[in-house]
Design a protein around this ligand. Structure first.
Ligand SMILES: [Zn+2]
Ligand SMILES: [Zn+2]
Length: 193
């Protein structure tokens, strides 16, 4: 493949596609349902209804069983994605490749609902947990190739473990939310006073 000057220039801009960004925001939301990261401090993926709520909020398409088995599989996928959030680049690659191989992922362009052409690498009938894992793995294929894995961050606040995607221009975002940013600013101010 050609490596051109133009390629190097593009690299300095935000280069994720919309489907990649959506997949990573969804992954962060799912990962942040664990008690250590959730706003309520409880497991926000506690029952099948909670799973339905998060899927509806993200317009998640395809098969849904709505049973406890599916919930257990998605909960296991959540743990895997959460671990992925703090891996270094080479370890993330190993996990991404493992996920794609396990599910026999075959990337193809699809268009459905109101969405323009984007990538699916599993069928809409594959189990939900598998589709979630593969979708995030495909997003990470982009992130790793763009050498932007550090955009997957965990909140810097000492009492918050929330995962987020840093889309700031210079990659300088430190907190998952303005709530955490303000709280830490107040704490730093008090410490100085
Ligand atoms: Zn789709
Ligand atoms: Zn936070």
């Amino acid at each position: 493949m050609l490596v051109t000057v133009r390629h190097a220039e593009v690299r300095s801009q935000m280069i994720f596609t919309n489907d990649t960004i959506d997949a990573l925001h969804f992954a962060a939301a799912l990962v942040n349902t664990v008690p250590e990261a959730s706003a309520t401090g409880v497991d926000e993926l506690g029952d099948p209804a909670a799973l339905v709520a998060i899927l509806d909020r993200w317009w998640y398409s395809g098969r849904r069983d709505g049973d406890t088995r599916e919930l257990a599989e998605v909960t296991a996928a959540r743990a895997r994605l959460r671990a992925l959030w703090s891996r270094d680049r080479d370890d993330a690659v190993a996990e991404v490749n493992a996920i794609l191989a396990e599910s026999n992922a075959v990337p193809r362009l699809v268009r459905h609902d109101a969405l323009d052409w984007h990538i699916h690498a599993t069928s809409a009938e594959a189990p939900l947990a598998e589709r979630i894992l593969v979708e995030v793995a495909m997003a990470l294929v982009d992130v790793v190739r763009a050498d932007q894995l550090e955009r997957l961050r965990t909140c810097d606040a000492d009492d918050c473990e929330a995962a987020y995607l840093d889309l700031s221009k210079n990659g300088s975002r430190r907190f998952c939310s303005t709530r955490c940013g303000n709280r830490m600013a107040v704490r730093a101010y008090r410490a100085r006073a």
